[in-house]
Design a protein around this ligand. Sequence first.
Ligand code: FES
Ligand code: MG
Length: 576
Amino acid sequence: MTRKTPDQFRSARWFAPDDFRSFGHRSRMNQMGYSAEDYIGKPVIAIINTWSDFNYCHAHFKQRVEDVKRGILQAGGFPVELPAISLSEGKVKPTSMLYRNFLAMETEELLRSHPVDGAVLMGGCDKTTPGLLLGATSAGLPSVYVPAGPMLRGNWHGKVLGSGSDAFKYWDERRAGNITDKDWGEMEVGIARSYGVCMTMGTASTMTALAEAIGMTLPGASSIPAADSNHIRMCAAAGRRAVEMVWEDLTPAKIQTEAAFRNAITVAMAMGCSTNAVIHLLAMARRAGHAISLDDFDAASRKVPVIANIRPSGEKYLMEDFYYAGGFLGLMTRLKPFLDLTQITASGRTWAEELEGAEVYNDDVIRPLDNPIYAEGALAVLRGNLAPNGCVVKPSAAEPHLLRHTGPALVFDDYPALKEQIDRDDLDVTPDTVLVLRNAGPLGGPGMPEWGMIPIPKKLVKQGVRDMVRISDARMSGTSYGACILHVSPESYVGGPLALVKTGDRIAVDIPGRTIHLDVPEDELLRRRAALPAPTPRYERGYGWMFSQHIQQAHEGCDFDFLRTDFGAPVSEPVI
Ligand code: FES
Ligand code: MG
């Protein structure tokens, strides 16, 4: 392998010349107490740190960044911490998804505009993983991803509690009058006990695992619990490795091949992944220059069973159990028949090499292929006159009797209408009703909020109903469950067929057959379309306005059109 020489470093353009500009760049490094020995001729490694005082999932990043720096220094690099917007999933409104592309742009431009040669990307909470990786892909510098790691299991009265999933579950019990205020208060202090991301197979643990499957983390990194000392050592190792990756010029383009993304889709299916994985992987694959589409997910779903027995698709276990059972590398050994093991990872080695000696230590947590928890993959893609460009459902998390279902629609025009009506005692609804929420898509939401797990009407919760068919152009939390059909594309706000549904229309869903059908004659749909009012703009200035002008639909990954890799000529290196 040819290694770079220091004069080829990108940072050398700022620091090396004997000219007036470089005098300024060096003198201002001196101002901070650094000597030439600290950084001249060394790989300068940006650490993009998505820490904030509001991001509970990244609360340990203030310490962990020091471990990353230690690794970079040990390997002869120069660490530079560059903070980026911290998308705290629960705190950022109206939805963190509104800002995924903001983080992507920020990451790309931070890397492009500064004198850096490589990057360590620190993220984990839901949208931070795709945001950071999208940006690093477009910036093109050697980069390694440091996943925040899952938090410890929740605990309440000796029962294990899982992020999101158990909150939703017990909230329904509370609405049904089965949980006391005291119990509810105790759950509040028991469900999130340490730093780290949601420890169910939500979007965070899905996306960090997919970052690993693509090859952008150190092998084995994504399943290490945040509070485990192995996590600290992984951070230092990632710092060391980032320095080497610069010498080797191991750029994202060399790791993120089409086969790497196909491996990630396989892993997503086997893990019982979050539905959000579809949107993020589509965006990431497209940025990396690959024509991955919804059909690739559905094709994988028909081949690869769900073998990770992690909630919400699984029954019992959480990410901590997954780690003890062999973690990500254990899962990968089970998936060998479906994977292209010639692909390399950030380690510079192939998966075939990395999986040597990897084992599964608990066959109930990481099941053998012949004893899956669900015989097909985690996600199914449906199409029909209600979703011409597709929609997504997680059959493994739905009650089996709803997989084929026909029923009358009950339409909520937007989220405030849903909130206002869903718990009314006089709501005209039965367990057969198909709940429909619209104006919750990328433009209409705006930002496609996680409203897709429409609450079961209180009236039915009290009767013991816990799942119904629900359809929306929203997303849902990866920790959610139920027969929720999501990401309907095109969305209602731009005139997608969801906008035409009326309460009482019959909707037929056939998940095994992959169809979704609105049973209304075509001429009637045309009449309704002609009568549709023009949508009101969501934003008239600022970032939201820009978002509204450029956001793409769900089946395209919700990237901004102008960030697409094939949108115009490549951005050149800055003039210095
Ligand atoms: Fe951060 Fe779930 S809220 S990962
Ligand atoms: Mg989430």
